[in-house]
Ligand binder design. Sequence first.
Ligand SMILES: [Zn+2]
Ligand SMILES: [Zn+2]
Ligand SMILES: [Zn+2]
Length: 323
Amino acid sequence: MSYGFMNKQGAASTGSEAAETPILCDTCLGPNPYVRMSKQAHGKECKICDRPFTVFRWSPGAGMRFKKTEICTTCAKIKNVCQTCILDLQYGLPVQVRDTALGLQGGAPSSDINKQYYVQRVEEQSLLPSSGPSSRAGQDLLKQLSRARGGAGGQPNYNRNKPHLCSFYAKGTCTRGDECPFRHELPVKNELSQQNIKDRFHGRNDPVARKILGGHAAAAGLAPPEDKDVTSLFLSALPPTITEDAIRTWFVTQVPTLKPEHIKSITLVPASKCAFVNFRRREEAEAAALRCAVKVQIEGQDVRVAWGRSRPVGKGKAAAKAE
Ligand SMILES: [Zn+2]
Ligand SMILES: [Zn+2]
Ligand SMILES: [Zn+2]
């Protein structure tokens, strides 16, 4: 193990695994301009690609808990995230939130067979992901969501560095009082405490992202209906020349994690410039609704989206109605 000081200016720069600087967000680094770090080459396996990587440990400030890098620099570069908190470096938000707002497809494969190869390719070509189409509306939304999270649009949020909760205090048996290095507060059991590092990295099933995006979708009138049988979205104000294929392509390329087979059918009514997009499962319909809450533009035209419900075909011309 070795020690070194790190200048915060150089901290967020990218580098290969041999480089001396980890990729960290300003929050994880803490407010001190110079941070003393311990460094252990091949100290642990990366929690994403399983390869040994250089582990850095440091204190982000007095009274804060020690931090360490959890994933390797290559994996951090693939998703442009901090090696410690796995949040986006620019906005301090979960990958799922960023990719949904920007309409980015997950770049890194999650299967074991492909990921080693992918990681190697990224290292060889210094290929950076997130080069997909990004919209101004998505960027504005990310700034807004980041501010709402106390990040002031990219400013660090040092509350995230607070010590972990004292497990003895929760049981009423901590005898260390003010000397206790852990936080004396009762734990709040909710879905946010069930965070999984791989899910956060790959931008799927992230409870924090769900909460942030869900709040935004509700504000945009796209809160999921209570009736879980509703798995359709109703599109209106579509361009007059729109086709089913164009709608399908928009969803598959704009909604992270959505695959063509997740869409059961599309019912297009050209005369009224509206369509129902019917999903096989509620899960994917909700993911699509989260993306639609940002802004939907198909063939250059703003499209309105609401939750809808399909009626059994054969009951007159109107096969479906909007909720
Ligand atoms: Zn890795
Ligand atoms: Zn971080
Ligand atoms: Zn304690």
